[in-house]
Write a new protein. Structure first.
Length: 631
């Protein structure tokens, strides 16, 4: 669209700026553009909850087109949970609506003096009063805005968790689609920004319509023919519960083991009993978001998107719980309050293990017994966290800060990397995921690399993408060799996929249908950029190195590319992966070598930054003494 909308909530000033072709070609959109803005406009001294932090909603160059699975958008800010690069991604229809109102991104700075929401309609912006919306849950607030602005309005909203500055609050759109991770809703709440509401009619034009139609038709046929798509459409990510449990990679009781004997009780087949229809995001051909109807309990009669695999893990296996109805209720509460289910379940499971090991007692918790599988406790704690009531005020700080406050050796059981809770993969049972969690730029993350190729051994895709010489090791999830090469390349690929506005689970990382050449072709036809496989690969590498540089500026180095002690020294006690641990150092060395980073410090060499066109970043790191010493 060629425009970025800038809104200063302190001064209530609204302005547009050009989004130049050169900048678009260099960083595309989505997380690439977010990181570029954050690098230029925040500093190591920036308070994540202060007015100087930026909050960026960024679409991609394919957002709003008919390209398959182009319904994603990125929210970027300095994270109040981790203190480093923050970002969250979500689907639905909000991302394309950013384009339909005339922009490629909307950037907020400053802080409003009172609760506010912003309404944008075809490049006309209104900063509106949100006093009546403040304190409302997500559903209530969205209904009020849509009643005022029209049902077609796309709304991104924070709930009580964001208002109360819970450090892992998310931003909710559509029918409970949430940009959940790293506290982007917390930043929004700190700015007294309750919601962003969009309603547009502007058309997203493509540079070569005929070529774009041809490529889209070919992509559609490949998706239709893929053998994995029907199961993804039927179950979504919920199918992973039993698959991951079967291979010993399903986190149970705060990652003490990888097998839940009663996993079938919270499986895809059980959840399917609640299903009433399929649903997809904007331009989605797969439609993996099953709509369910709750038929009993406190939310009886409510319809919403099903809980994903991560949520089934967070409130299921991780907390030692196999009651599906309680997990669904927890899912609803987190959506209404605007909470990241991974971090919410993570901090509760952490407390349960401390209680089991007698590191904490009821004297520390205000009389609460944190017992495994206590489904009523989990639901009670979600509310306490969202409103910072009682023990919830402590848990709202996130597992890293909670462990530091408790002390007594509790840090050993805090399952996080760089302050972000580890998602539902045990790196001991899939070594590539262990490495991906350790090196991810926003903290423990399974999607920044989307290392799905060796989960069940996609040998054909690995041979095509990397070469047969890397088999069989690269396809073996318990083998550490070549995983550094795989993760570096996967990170570059996902950086491009996400920056284009695409869904990694829509045929890109999984199922492995499209690759760099397909992205280059689509980008060229849509924008007129002369993109090639080589140039697109370079763009992905540039984005990942820029993210790394941002964190280096914040003080991170190789020492922070680390996993909790449990994964490194405690073998999995049972199941098909019994005895497995993560040999992280060997994979890190291979990863750094592949990236061209300094193996001792993990810093990015000046030459690498300049080769990627990041000259100003190289100059800044040089002034800060953050470049590796030439050896």
């Amino acid at each position: 669209m060629g425009k970025i909308l800038r809104i200063d909530l302190s001064s209530r000033r609204v302005r547009e700026e050009d989004f130049s072709d050169a900048l678009a070609e260099k960083f595309l959109g989505g997380p690439g553009l977010c990181t570029h803005i954050l690098c230029n406009e925040t500093s190591p001294g920036t308070d994540p909850l202060g007015p100087e932090n930026r909050l960026i909603f960024a679409a991609g160059p394919l957002s709003g087109t008919n390209w398959p699975e182009s319904g994603r958008y990125e929210v970027g800010a300095k994270s109040p949970l981790t203190g480093v690069l923050g970002g969250a991604n979500s689907g639905g229809s909000f991302g394309p609506e950013i384009k339909r109102v005339g922009y490629d991104a909307i950037v907020f700075q400053g802080s409003a003096s009172r609760p506010t929401y912003v309404y944008v309609e075809d490049r006309k912006t209104e900063i509106a009063d949100a006093q009546e919306l403040w304190g409302k849950d997500i559903q209530e607030a969205m209904q009020m805005i849509k009643k005022e602005r029209g049902e077609k309005t796309q709304v991104a909203c924070v709930g009580p968790a964001g208002e109360n500055l819970v450090r892992f609050a998310g931003i909710v759109t559509d029918r409970f689609r949430i940009a959940a991770r790293s506290g982007m809703g917390t930043v929004m709440g700190s700015k007294k920004l309750k919601a962003v509401a969009l309603q547009g009619t502007m058309k997203v034009e493509v540079a070569d319509p005929e070529r774009f139609r041809e490529l889209t038709a070919r992509a559609d046929s490949l998706i239709k023919a893929d053998p994995y798509v029907p199961s993804v459409r039927r179950y979504g990510t919920t199918i992973l519960v039993e698959v991951m449990n079967e291979i010993g990679r399903f986190p149970v009781r705060n990652f003490q083991t990888g097998v839940l004997p009663t996993a079938s009780k919270i499986s895809a087949s059980e959840l399917e009993k609640y299903k009433i229809r399929d649903k997809g995001c904007f331009a989605c051909r797969i439609a993996c978001k099953n709509v369910i109807e709750i038929r009993s309990g406190r939310f009886s009669g409510m319809t919403l998107d099903h809980p994903e695999y991560e949520t089934l893990s967070a409130f299921g296996g991780r907390c030692g719980n196999d009651d599906l109805q309680s997990i669904i209720d927890a899912h609803v509460l987190c959506n209404l309050y605007g909470l990241d289910t991974i971090s919410t379940g993570g901090v509760i499971a952490f407390m349960m293990e401390l209680y089991e090991k007698k590191i904490i007692t009821e004297a520390d918790t205000g009389g609460i017994a944190f017992r495994w599988g206590d489904k009523d406790l989990v639901l009670d704690l979600i509310e306490k966290i969202a409103y910072r009531k009682g023990i919830g005020d402590l848990l709202a700080e996130g597992v890293s800060r909670v462990s530091k406050r408790i002390g007594r050796g509790s840090e050993e059981f805090a399952m996080h990397v760089k302050g972000l809770d580890i998602p539902a993969q045990d790196g001991r049972a899939q070594k590539s995921m262990g490495l991906a969690h350790a090196v991810s730029t926003r903290g423990a993350d399974h999607l920044r690399a989307s290392a799905f190729l060796d989960e069940v051994g996609f040998e054909e895709a690995i041979a095509k993408r990397f070469g047969k010489e890397y088999l069989p090791e690269m396809a073996n999830r318990l083998e550490e060799k070549y995983k550094g090469i795989m993760i570096a390349t996967c990170e570059d690929f996902v950086a491009v996929v996400s920056s284009l506005g695409l869904c990694v689970s829509g045929g890109y990382a999984y199922p492995p249908i499209f690759y760099f050449t397909d992205l280059a072709d689509a980008l060229s036809a849509a924008t007129g950029i002369n993109a090639t496989e080589k140039s697109v690969r370079r763009t992905g590498e540039r984005i990942v190195n820029l993210e790394r540089a941002y964190n280096i500026r914040e003080g991170l180095s190789r020492k922070d590319d680390m996993l909790p002690r449990r994964f490194l020294v405690e073998p999995i006690p049972d199941g098909p992966c019994r005895g497995q641990r993560v040999n992280l150092e060997s994979m890190l060395n291979e990863y750094y070598e592949t990236r061209g980073w300094d193996p001792e410090t993990g810093l990015v060499p000046e030459q690498k930054l300049r080769e990627l066109g990041l000259e100003s970043v190289a100059d800044e790191l040089e002034r800060m003494g953050k470049l590796p010493i030439e050896r």
